[in-house]
Design a protein around this ligand. Structure first.
Ligand SMILES: NC(=O)c1ccc[n+]([C@@H]2O[C@H](COP(=O)([O-])OP(=O)(O)OC[C@H]3O[C@@H](n4cnc5c(N)ncnc54)[C@H](OP(=O)(O)O)[C@@H]3O)[C@@H](O)[C@H]2O)c1
Length: 278
């Protein structure tokens, strides 16, 4: 069985570099998809309260027969639950839906700076970690100024920042900032939400290695030292996206892929402007 490389977080714990993302996987389908992934060798799953599939994710883990402690489970605090008390309550509700008494990584899904409540929310997450129910805590979609504020006001540095990151939007400045603060960068939408599957430049590199475009992208992001969570709800693609440990991109491939970065390559909303609440 392939074992996925582990990254060491700033709290001393480790996390598998490759996992399955389950955004837009319907509640009842999530159990099948998670079970398929765990059967294929994945040991990490990324969900969120806002994906509304936590019960299915928990069910898939239980059905797979893989021990809970062998699965790296991430979920995220919903945008409607910022604030100390609301966050504490929402976290317990997530645990209940997942059917577990802890998560490996709990992330604040978006900073929502216009509501100015992310520092209080972070304080709650620090408490959750102290309580032992969130083994590691991190954030998602945080810009430099948001990170500086939570670190400045609490002294607690998030272990992870999960951000939009793919070959067309490589977030080099954020990654450099993360590195100086010992924060792991996790790539969401590694395949550009599917938009990069037909990319001719990446196809050339893929052909050279006898691999697909998604496999080439995932391999590139792994070689860049990132945590990567490609989503698929298709069993053969789930398996294919995990089959990335039998080849290595050479320096020229990596250089070509690095040059695909584009300042306007973002597909998702800008974190400083996104104000959506469920
Ligand atoms: N923190 C955040 O704000 C945030 C935001 C977005 C995403 N995320 C996380 O990141 C994960 C991944 O991002 P994402 O869901 O946006 O997109 P993605 O992983 O970049 O791409 C998923 C899309 O690519 C397709 N696909 C996957 N593997 C493929 C393959 N081997 N061949 C052809 N097509 C393939 C999938 O289709 P099928 O499913 O039909 O196979 C789906 O349409 C999410 O599931 C979620 O966990 C986090």
């Amino acid at each position: 069985m392939t074992s996925v490389p582990l990254l060491t977080l700033n709290d001393g714990l480790t996390a598998p570099q490759l996992g399955l993302g389950v955004w837009q996987v319907e509640g009842e389908k999530a159990a099948d998809i998670v079970q398929t992934a765990l059967d294929a060798g994945y040991r990490a799953v990324d969900t969120a309260a806002m994906y509304r599939n936590e019960p299915g994710v928990g069910e898939g883990i239980r059905r797979s027969g893989v021990a809970r402690e062998d699965v790296y489970l991430t979920t995220k605090l919903g945008n409607g639950d910022h604030g100390f008390d609301a966050a504490m309550k929402a976290f317990d509700a997530s645990l209940e839906r997942l059917g577990t008494d802890y998560v490996d990584l709990y992330l604040m899904h978006w900073p929502l700076p216009m509501f100015d409540n992310y520092v209080e929310t972070w304080k709650a997450m620090v408490q959750m970690q102290k309580d032992g129910k969130a083994r590691s805590i991190g954030v998602s979609n945080f810009e430099k100024e948001h990170l500086e504020r939570i670190i400045g006001e609490t002294g607690v540095v998030p272990a992870v920042n999960q951000i939009e990151l793919h070959p067309k939007f490589q977030q080099k400045a954020m990654r450099a900032y993360h590195q100086t603060h010992d924060i792991i960068t996790e790539s969401w939408s590694p395949l550009g939400s599917g938009r990069l599957i037909e990319d001719p430049g990446i196809s050339k590199i893929a052909e050279k290695h006898g691999k697909s475009v998604p496999q080439t992208i995932i391999r590139f992001l792994l070689q860049e030292g990132l945590m990567v969570i490609p989503k698929s709800a298709t069993p053969e693609r789930i398996r294919a996206n995990f089959d990335v440990f039998d080849f290595t991109l050479d320096e020229a491939d990596v250089e070509t892929l690095r040059k695909m970065d584009s300042a306007d390559g973002r597909n998702g909303p800008h974190p400083s402007e996104f104000d959506w609440k469920p």
